[in-house]
Design a protein around this ligand. Structure first.
Ligand SMILES: [Zn+2]
Length: 105
């Protein structure tokens, strides 16, 4: 709970240095995707990281490992998870999966 709070706080302030650790609650992490990890921070909002680290203090990533916006590179990109095909899309982008079950009700 505290860790999630930290992540949310960090994303809200966005004045994080690249060397600062962002601790991840493993229960809120999806590692089922190809070579990236998605971290849930509430309300079906996710951030993507390409690398996670583990040591005795816990599981963490760095701000520099998070995927940033294409247009605003200062902002960490926020994703939503399609409840039908379980793929991730940037906020504001509808599901682009041509095989998504939501297209065949
Ligand atoms: Zn979908």
């Amino acid at each position: 709970m505290i860790k999630k709070l930290i992540l949310t706080l960090i994303l809200a302030t966005s004045c994080l240095t690249a060397s600062e650790r962002i601790y991840i609650d493993c229960d809120e992490m999806d590692s089922s995707q190809h070579d990236s990890f998605f971290i849930h921070h509430g309300n079906n909002s996710w951030v993507q990281t390409n690398t996670i680290y583990r040591d005795k203090t816990g599981t963490y990533t760095f701000e520099a490992n998070l995927t940033h916006g294409k247009h605003d590179k200062q902002m960490v990109e926020q994703y939503w998870k399609c409840p039908y095909c379980h793929r991730y899309w940037p906020h504001g982008t509808p599901c682009q999966n041509p095989n998504c079950p939501s297209r065949y009700p």
